[in-house]
Design a protein around this ligand. Sequence first.
Ligand SMILES: [Zn+2]
Length: 108
Amino acid sequence: MYKQPFIPYVTKRNKIPEIPKTTEKIREALNTIEKGYGRFKIVNKGQTETMGTNHETSLLLECRFCKSQFTGQASEGCFHSYINPMSCPVCGFPNNLIKALYQSIEDG
Ligand SMILES: [Zn+2]
């Protein structure tokens, strides 16, 4: 079944904080991601739509890095469980930090 990709709507846009310069500090920032749904803080949960065994819940999310808020969607089924979007639409967290971490390791 074809599905439209989920496009987050930014409800609160904050200034993007500077990415930490040292490997240690980047790791620290990434450690704020807990297991499972931890990459964003769930501010609010909306309605859940059920289609067969698939449940989709609309969410209001907050980025742990830049504290911007945006809409999201939780999808849960028998074999999957994830949140859209995968990264912050404002700062790119956590991809921005993962990229910076690789770069800082390369630069040694
Ligand atoms: Zn962000």
